[in-house]
Design a protein around this ligand. Structure first.
Ligand SMILES: [Zn+2]
Length: 136
């Protein structure tokens, strides 16, 4: 067994502060990061008690129903919800986490891309306004 240090080796040599990253570097980094964010999903995973259409179902009669996971979300104005098998739930939970990480990645990349562009000029602090809510 070899002890693997957790720290990643710095890719850039010299002082990174003086050498701004290039758009090409950013693109490579983004694509590599996206490759690790699979599977990906949006929406929310929740546990629900479902009832069935069978008559005299012992599970439904007892109030236990048929609990199961569901994936819920919105695509534009359209809502969706679908049944998720229990064995798939952990994977889907990870996919949702990846989806959130992807959003953060995209946000960060937009900032870095703008700075990396040759004509990109930092505007300094922009007065923070009450941004638009993400809904929900
Ligand atoms: Zn039932």
């Amino acid at each position: 067994m070899t002890a693997m240090p957790r720290k990643k080796k710095a890719v850039t040599k010299g002082s990174p502060a003086e050498r701004p990253e290039t758009v090409a570097q950013l693109r490579r980094e983004f694509l590599a990061a996206v490759g690790k964010l699979w599977p990906v999903a949006g929406g929310s995973l929740s546990w629900r008690k479902n009832s069935c259409v069978r008559e005299q179902c012992a599970a439904c009669a007892s109030g236990a129903g048929h609990p199961g996971y569901g994936l819920w979300g919105r695509r534009g104005a359209q809502r969706f919800g679908l049944y998720v098998p229990a064995e798939l739930a952990p994977e889907l939970a990870q996919a949702l986490e990846n989806g959130r990480a992807l959003q953060q990645l995209v946000l960060a990349m937009g900032v870095r891309y703008t700075r990396a562009r040759p004509r990109g000029v930092a505007l300094g602090r922009v007065a923070a306004q009450g941004g638009p809510g993400t809904g929900g």
